[in-house]
Ligand binder design. Sequence first.
Ligand code: ATP
Ligand code: MN
Ligand code: MN
Length: 301
Amino acid sequence: DVTPEKPAAAPSDTGPEVEISSRDRVVFPESGQTKGQLADYYETVAPIMLPFLARRPVSLVRCPQGRAKKCFFQKHDAGSFGQHVHAVPISEKDGGTEDYLYVEDGAGILGCVQMGTIEFHGWGSHVADVEKPDRMVFDLDPDEGLDFADVRRAARDIHDRLSDIGLVSFAMLSGGKGVHVVVPLTPGHDWDTHKDFSRRFAEALSLAEPDRFTANMSKAKRKGKIFIDYLRNQRGSTAVMPYSARAREGAPVAVPIAWGELKKMKDARLHSIDDAKRLLARAQSKGLAGWGFAEQTLPEV
Ligand code: ATP
Ligand code: MN
Ligand code: MN
């Protein structure tokens, strides 16, 4: 239910730049967190989130009445997000141009939260050159009924195969059901090359182990298997950003993890928006220093 807007004088510790209204509105009804708590979460993790999120075109999952009511993906600038949320014109397939959203600082993140945003999803490229991807992601989507142990093993196998061809990769718990294996890349190649590489990689894996993997999106072909969703790697696609909250029960967040930690994970929901301080501390730890960054290019394979 909607709480009426608080008077402007209501205390707020979200910084001087962005006013968060309706701080008491419950966004996560099952666990009780409010819009104010969500804003505080993002304010705290902004320093560790921005290295990944800043200046990428973003799609937002907005749930203005909370996660249990109507939510929608928003990718175009509607001009209503305030001065800290920016627009970048990007050409469309049909020859036209659309304004996409991006942020570059904590105020930008909070400007989105003020508008009911829960999740931040980013392109695989930056606004400085949207045609040159710099991030590949293999989104592991297990069929219902598969164990998380299967997902862990799949992520590790992808890591090893990438390593065999000289690529450093990183693991992220999605906050939902799966794991994302992230490959940072120095920009240079185009989107066709990017998608083609990821498709061939996923197809090679599913050919080698057809009982465990599929590179085919169809649910029917996923029975008992893990879908290696390489389609995140096409121009215009997005993937959930590190430290984004998820609009799911319990307010989980997408969490970078070290490869050594993965073995201990029981599911893809390690932390929630209640754990901002813990996430900050984790990010300083030895295992996570440098997570998500590497200077490397796609090999010829
Ligand atoms: P899970 O681990 O539960 O699969 P996920 O974030 O990987 O969580 P997916 O459904 O696999 O969720 O989607 C992968 C990505 O595709 C999302 O993170 C999001 O960026 C993008 N995506 C999914 N659905 C949509 C949609 N309706 N519109 C735009 N982008 C979407
Ligand atoms: Mn997924
Ligand atoms: Mn997916």
